[in-house]
Design a protein around this ligand. Structure first.
Ligand code: SAM
Length: 269
């Protein structure tokens, strides 16, 4: 991908995450996702000794669940408007909370080996280009302690690829078929260079999907490829279904999981 394309993806996504309707949407989210509940249970005995970085904190959905459990908490987002929304929402309940504008690709405000637990929840890592994603992973490893945890989710290419196949859109219900075909037309229209045979060949792709009315450029990756991407920097990589919160333990589980995104828990090398 050229530098110009990469900058365009990054700029458009930041612009979308600074738009008032999108900020409002995240400001009112409250509930944890099932895989996040699983991780709280898994780390429950350790969290009280952990310094946590909540990357892409957005409107603050995760704060009320994690801030009271950890030793130190810092929330970071590259959208000034998200951080303002978060402050408005939570600084009264948690006056000592640290929220700051910052970018996962350059965490130079933080020392090496500082955090025990880094969260990049609800696919925040999917809104930067491929090259920047790799840079972000390096930064996460740098600011995390060796043996510390990194937990994040990312869109599942395996799940969206079938939506590029027109044959999958027919149902016994004519209204459903009509809606599916309209969405298929939008998906193909917004991603005109990608079709079913080409997407099946890819291990990752940047796509415009229906979220926030096709305004975002979203990185989708197969679980096997995500694991390969993590392996140089992280160890003990586990994959979880976002819907059930259960671990996917076999290759088959990962290939056949149709969750639109998956969670990954790994330890910093
Ligand atoms: C889908 S929202 C999730 C918000 C929140 N974590 C939640 O779970 O409700 C993704 C968030 O990641 C932020 N984000 C995307 N790329 C980022 C980057 N490079 N550095 C910091 N934040 C980023 C966006 O501004 C947005 O607030």
């Amino acid at each position: 991908m050229s530098k110009i394309e990469s900058n365009m993806i990054n700029d458009k996504n930041l612009q979308t995450y600074s738009t008032s309707d999108v900020v409002n949407y995240y400001q009112y989210l409250q509930q944890l996702q099932p895989a996040e509940e699983t991780i709280i249970k898994l780390l429950k005995n350790k969290l009280s000794n952990m310094k946590m970085l909540d990357l892409g904190v957005g409107g603050g959905r995760t704060i009320q669940h994690f801030f009271p459990l950890v030793k130190e908490y810092i929330g970071v987002d590259y959208s000034v408007d998200m951080i303002k929304a978060c402050q408005q929402r939570l600084s009264q309940s948690y006056p000592s909370i640290k929220l700051m504008v910052g970018d996962a690709r350059n965490l130079s405000q933080f020392d090496d080996n500082y955090f025990d637990f880094i969260l990049f929840s609800f696919n925040g890592i999917d809104y930067i280009s491929h090259e920047d994603r790799l840079k972000g992973l390096q930064e996460i490893k740098r600011v995390g302690k060796s043996g510390g945890y990194f937990f994040f989710s990312s869109h599942n290419l395996q799940a969206i690829e079938k939506l590029f196949n027109w044959r999958c859109h027919f149902s016994l219900n004519p209204f459903k078929t009509y809606v599916n075909l309209v969405m298929f037309a939008f998906l193909r229209g917004f991603n005109s260079s990608i079709n079913y045979p080409t997407i099946k060949q890819k291990n990752y792709a940047i796509l415009r999907d229906e979220s926030h009315n096709f305004r975002l450029r979203t990185y989708y990756i197969r679980a096997s490829e995500q694991i390969k991407q993590l392996e140089p920097l992280f160890t003990d990589i586990k994959v979880f279904s976002w819907k059930t919160g259960l671990q996917l333990t076999t290759k088959q589980d990962m290939i056949f999981c149709n969750d639109m995104w998956l969670y990954y828990l790994c330890r910093i090398k």
